[in-house]
Design a protein around this ligand. Structure first.
Ligand code: G6P
Length: 372
């Protein structure tokens, strides 16, 4: 009903706006004063976690994109190999697993059959399984050795938004926990990242407060034949997520690419006027990546693309090549998906609305897919 939507036209718009709160709630009470991180239900000892020599992340859809971001964070912080894999492919591939493998299953519903079957396969091979889940007592956390719940509240819209942001937070917490337990990060380093995470709800709010130009742009793009998304580093999974949202909601052809791969094929898709959304990494820290994507943006623009650039405030280098420039607050590189994803969610929801689609109940999709 309209009342349940709290004045919003559709649940997804409400859920997008709930993201600052959802992120804050997922961080709440997760660390003690001395910086120790507390997961919810951990039937794994610190020693078990010290014995881990490889991490596999399995998930589907949007949750898989959260896993892709986690890979960048976990390898950077924990210094052990981390692979991310679509749950539907995992067990049929006969992956190499044993008791020193940690499998992280990410699922909003906790009932996705592909993810559950991947988890069961991992357990049969004696791997340890940790679930990141939004639904208390659902099957995936019940069958896991440990659980970290995302606290975003029930997600009604079929397309995932606030669950995704809180999955990212949970992944960061798991990475920091592993790094801390294994002694690869000092408590004060962990504390620094936690403090940066605590700043994120306000930054997400800043993004939300500036979405009017994105809504206007959405109306303008509603008749596009196809929209491409490019990104580097953690901007790459964000590009994939932006494209997925557009497919799900607008029923429009959309594809995400690693910006560096453009020249190896996808650049042939660019026609005069093709919208290309570019997710630009921070100009600080990973400065090299910033230079590289700036030249990718020039390349697509030289071929006639209409560029929609998501960049960090103060990044002047991209401005001359952006037909539309959307600034997000300055953020440490690894945490940037918490802000760069938000305009892409709004864009997809508004394009879908402009096309007359039912944003909350897209055709052919289910909130939770309980068949393989
Ligand atoms: C379905 C939904 C997606 C979701 C995916 C994984 O396909 O339509 O929005 O990302 O399942 O769901 P889960 O509950 O496992 O996160």
């Amino acid at each position: 009903s309209a009342a349940e939507k709290g004045g919003y036209d559709y649940f997804m718009a409400k859920e997008i706006d709930e993201q600052p709160r959802a992120v804050a709630d997922t961080l709440l009470g997760r660390h003690t004063e001395n910086g120790d991180l507390a997961l919810d239900e951990v039937r794994l000892t610190d020693q078990d976690l010290r014995d881990v020599d490889k991490v596999f992340i399995v998930a589907c859809g949007t949750a898989y994109h959260a896993g892709m971001v986690a890979k960048y964070a976990i390898e950077h912080w924990v210094r052990i190999p981390c692979e991310v894999e679509l749950a539907s492919e995992f067990r049929y591939r006969d992956p190499v697993l044993d008791r020193s493998t940690l499998v992280v299953a990410i699922s909003q519903s906790g009932e996705t059959m592909d993810t559950l079957m991947a988890l069961r396969h991992a357990k049969e091979q004696k791997a340890r399984v940790l679930a990141i889940c939004n639904t208390n007592g659902s099957t995936i956390p019940r069958e896991s050795d440990a659980v970290l719940y995302t606290h975003c509240g029930p997600e009604i819209a079929v397309a995932s938004t606030k669950a995704f942001l809180t999955q990212l937070v949970a992944c960061y917490l798991v990475g920091l926990h592993l790094a801390q337990v294994r002694g690869v990060m000092y408590a004060d380093e962990v504390g620094n990242v936690l403090a940066q995470l605590q700043d994120m709800p306000a930054k997400i709010q800043t993004v939300l407060d500036g979405m009017e130009p994105v809504r206007e742009l959405a109306r303008d793009l509603a008749d596009s034949k196809s929209v491409l998304f490019i990104g580097r580093h953690v901007g790459y999974p964000v590009a994939l997520e932006g494209a997925l949202k557009l497919k799900e909601l607008a029923y429009m052809h959309a594809e995400g690419f690693a910006a560096g791969e453009l020249k190896h094929g996808p650049i042939a898709l660019i026609e005069p006027g093709t919208p290309v959304v570019c997710v630009v990494p921070s100009a600080r820290g990973r400065g090299v990546l910033n230079d590289k994507i700036v030249s990718n943006i020039q390349e697509v623009r030289a071929r006639g693309a209409r560029t929609i650039v998501i960049a960090e405030e103060g990044d002047d280098a991209v401005a001359p090549f952006a037909d539309h420039l959307i600034y997000v607050p300055r953020t440490p590189t690894l945490l940037a998906p918490l802000v760069t994803t938000v305009p892409l969610q709004v864009l997809a929801g508004e394009i879908a609305t402009a096309r007359g689609n039912d944003v909350d109940q897209p055709r052919n999709l289910a909130k939770s897919v309980t068949v393989e």
